[in-house]
Unconditional design. Structure first.
Ligand code: OGA
Ligand code: MN
Length: 197
């Protein structure tokens, strides 16, 4: 497990974008996917917004994904296994990189066919608690023609990342602009932020 954490952190240190292809075991990814789909079918997801508090708005021209906030209090064994993994990662990150992460927030994300999220930065204008962004994908057998790549912008270039099951992407929330390209199939993920303060 620590070798996954090491991969993520080393990639991040060299490229500003950490990528680990098998951050989740196949088994946990499959269980989380089943949980996500069943919550979606039970109508537990809401349209995602942009901004926070008084600046929160939902604008389907900017993003069309639907979300469900994860919480240990749901007492869901798979969500809690995910939080256990995350807690281990944060201990490792804080002790090796002195990042001072003190909390996090994570949600399931569902992009229906034809959904997208236009170019943006994850940090709010009025709050810099979000230190790192993490996205973990839950889509098996994703193919190029399915679209829905994460496109991350850096200086004069950009990097396309396919949303393949088990993969984790990790970057600084204040620094890298990114977008989600139009997806041709339902696209499932866990998205969250590691926070300071
Ligand atoms: C986000 C986001 C990227 C992705 O939810 O803020 O940029 O690949 N997600 O899902
Ligand atoms: Mn984002």
């Amino acid at each position: 497990m620590h070798s996954n954490f090491e991969t993520l952190i080393e990639n991040f240190a060299t490229n500003q974008i950490g990528i680990c292809d098998h951050f989740l075991s196949e088994e946990l990814a499959a269980k989380l996917k089943i949980d996500l789909i069943s919550l979606f079918q039970d109508d537990q997801f809401n349209s995602a917004g942009t901004g926070n508090h008084e600046t929160l708005q939902t604008n389907q021209l900017i993003r069309k994904d639907k979300i469900y906030w994860l919480d240990r209090n749901h007492n869901n064994p798979f969500q809690n296994s995910f939080f256990d993994l995350l807690d281990d990662f944060i201990v490792y990150l804080n002790s090796t990189c002195f990042t001072g992460i003190t909390g996090y927030e994570f949600h399931y994300t569902y992009y229906e066919k034809d959904s997208f999220y236009k170019k943006h930065i994850d940090q709010f204008k009025n709050n810099n608690d979000r230190a790192f962004s993490m996205i973990i994908y839950l889509n098996e057998n994703w193919k190029k023609e399915d679209g829905g790549e994460l496109n991350i912008f850096q200086c004069n270039s950009s990097q396309l990342i396919s949303p393949l099951s088990g993969k984790c992407v990790f970057f600084k929330s204040s620094e890298l602009a990114h977008e989600v390209l139009v997806t041709q199939l339902p696209r499932l993920s866990i998205t969250g932020w590691l926070k300071t303060n």
